[in-house]
Ligand binder design. Structure first.
Ligand SMILES: Cc1cc2nc3c(=O)[nH]c(=O)nc-3n(C[C@H](O)[C@H](O)[C@H](O)COP(=O)(O)O)c2cc1C
Length: 229
C-alpha cells in the first residue's frame, strides 16, 4: 500500500535583521554621499570668489623701481593681496588676469586644474592691450597649482613676448611650490628674470609682517636690478 506523501511544510521566510549599529552606519554613509554629491555639483557652477585684501598699514614703505606693472591671477585672493601690496609700495599699475570662462570653485577647481595641467589645456584669457615697452619692470604673480604655475598665468606667459624686459615672478602657496620657478623660467621666453619670491599661507600672515617681507624683498630686487645695469 502506498503511503500518503507527507505534507511539505511551508518554508519559513528568513527575516533579515539589521542591527542598529549597521543602520546608523548605512544612514551616515548615505548622508555623506548625498552631501558630497551636492557639494561637487554646486561647486562645479560656483565662480571662485576672492577675499578682499586686509588693512594696509600706513605709511606704506616706498620702493622706486621705475615704471612697474604688476600682472597677476588669483582665484582666492592671496595672490591679489600680495599684488596690491606690491602696487602700493611701487606705485605700479595692477593688471588682473581673467579667464574668459571662469573656473569652478574648490573642490572642482582642484580636479579641473589637475586634468588641464596634465593635458596642457591652457585657458583663453580676457583680452587686454598691453605694451610692455612702457614699463621698466613687470611683476608676474600666480598661485601655485599642483606644484607648478597656475593655468591662467601659463596662458599669459605663452602669449607674451617680453622682449628682454625685466620680469619678477612671485607666487603664493599653501606649503610647497615644487617646480614653480623652473616652469616659470621655461615659459617666460625672452624675459630677463629677477628675484623670484614665494609667499606661503598669505591669509595667516599678519598684514604688517607681510608688508615687511614684501618690502625687504623689493629692496633685494632693486639691488639685483641695479647690479645688472
Ligand atoms: C588647484 C589648486 C592646486 C593647488 N596646489 C598647490 C600645491 O601644489 N602646493 C601648494 O603649496 N599649494 C597649492 N594650492 C594652494 C594655493 O597655491 C594657495 O592657497 C594660494 O595662495 C592660492 O592663491 P589665490 O588665493 O591667489 O588663488 C593649490 C590650490 C589650488 C586651488
Amino acid at each position: 500500500m502506498m503511503k500518503d506523501p507527507e505534507p511539505i511544510a511551508p518554508k519559513k521566510k528568513k527575516r533579515v535583521t539589521i542591527s542598529m549599529t549597521k543602520r546608523i552606519l548605512i544612514g551616515a554613509l548615505f548622508s555623506i554621499t548625498v552631501f558630497l554629491t551636492m557639494w561637487f555639483v554646486w561647486s562645479a557652477f560656483e565662480v571662485p570668489s576672492q577675499r578682499a585684501a586686509r588693512i594696509f598699514p600706513s605709511p606704506v614703505p616706498k620702493h622706486d623701481l621705475g615704471k612697474a606693472l604688476i600682472v597677476y591671477y588669483s582665484a582666492g585672493g592671496n595672490t591679489a593681496e600680495v599684488a596690491q601690496r606690491i602696487s602700493a609700495m611701487t606705485g605700479g599699475t595692477l593688471l588682473e588676469l581673467k579667464t574668459r570662462k571662469p573656473y569652478p570653485d574648490a573642490p572642482m577647481l582642484y580636479l579641473r586644474a589637475k586634468l588641464y595641467l596634465s593635458g596642457s589645456k591652457y585657458p583663453e584669457l580676457e583680452t587686454v592691450s598691453l605694451d610692455f615697452s612702457m614699463y621698466d619692470v613687470i611683476f608676474v604673480g600666480s598661485p601655485v597649482w599642483w606644484r607648478t604655475v597656475s593655468l591662467p598665468v601659463l596662458s599669459f606667459l605663452f602669449e607674451s613676448d617680453f622682449g628682454g624686459k625685466t620680469v619678477v615672478p612671485f607666487c603664493t602657496q599653501g606649503g610647497r611650490s615644487g617646480e614653480f620657478f623652473q616652469r616659470f623660467a621655461r615659459e617666460a621666453g625672452n624675459a630677463k628674470l629677477v628675484g623670484g619670491k614665494e609667499f606661503s599661507r598669505v591669509s595667516s600672515i599678519d598684514p604688517a609682517n607681510l608688508d615687511q617681507t614684501i618690502s625687504s624683498w623689493l629692496s633685494e630686487v632693486t639691488e639685483e636690478i641695479a647690479r645688472q645695469y
